[in-house]
Write a new protein. Sequence first.
Length: 406
Amino acid sequence: MRNSRSSGCRACGTASVVTVLDLGTQPVADDLFDDAGQAAAAPRHRLALGCCQECGLVQLDASTPVLANAAHGHGSVYSGTVLQHERAWVAELLEVSSLRDGGSVLDVSSGAGGLLRVFADAGHVVRGWERDAALARQASAAGLPTDHDDGMDLGPGETFDLVVVNHSLSHADDLDAAVERCVGAVAPTGTLAVEFHSVSGVLGGGQFDVICHAHRSYLSLGVLAGVLARHGMTITDARSLPLHGGVVRLQARHTTPGLTPAPGAVEIMAAEATQRSDRPEAWASAAIHADRVRSRLRTFIAESRSAGHTVAAYGAPSRGATLLNFCGLRADQIPWTADRAPAKQGRFLPGVATAVIPPEELLARRPDVVVVLVWPLRSEVLAQLDDLRRAGTRFVFPLPEPEVVA
């Protein structure tokens, strides 16, 4: 979801954001190229995290540019783990009180309409909003009405019984404005359902690889609860889930007398307060950790290649591009990576120029070492590549600390 901002913190607007983690210059992580030379020469831009000393929001710092071409699409999902996670969420949402007697659903940044399809099949009136024109057309052609514009413009007084915001708030240039628009789309007795990648995983789980130009903010429940409260919403349900290394899923409703925050939300916010991800000084260890991971990975890859071993990777997510570029592991060290998404196959990762191949080619080539760039999907990847593992291939899971699995 995109909304422009002028300056200052993306949540509270104050000029109180200080830099806490600098990943140097990086290409746009989602920009895959059709030519290896162009991929290697991809433009690089500063990529650094900041933390607001006023409200605690972790976000790209003021010197990191806001790039129009840095955006995630939510197209088809090729991970069974992710599909199962999303289906379970939709099953929960079909039971919310605002939908029990039929109702309307808006999916913000709805992609190709994967979530909307289930609601439509259950008899609900659905609508999507998607800034990617191609995905919006694809969803609309499949019978899932989807608007395409840069600001989620709804008609006067137009509201929905359920508004779903699936991992898109972090993309907003102006988080406060994005939340305001989402809240404004919720009917008086409706429900706002949000899922986001927790900043606790970035700090406590060492997931610096999730940092990219497309992710403007890195949310905690405490910070988001404050923004929601400012716009008249109370969190009525919240819990943490392990997907992507740690996500938070919540429901919120318009604040009414007697409506109090859910116990689950209070527990999560208490854990966040202990971790102190909203304080700049808590991030001192993050740079040390990132440097340590880079050193260990580079050493392992260099030693493997010196021993005559072939090295490949698995997955072509944006987090993989961030990791490889930060570590300086280019195509001459990791020449190819396999990914199940056909749209990525035959292309090259930005900056490092690593070629993306189908998983079948990886199985045929039988590399000695595979660096798993989609490391949060550990069990799924090991099951998919069990033939390689049985043949002696070693798998490197780079985070939170590099680990070799034989």
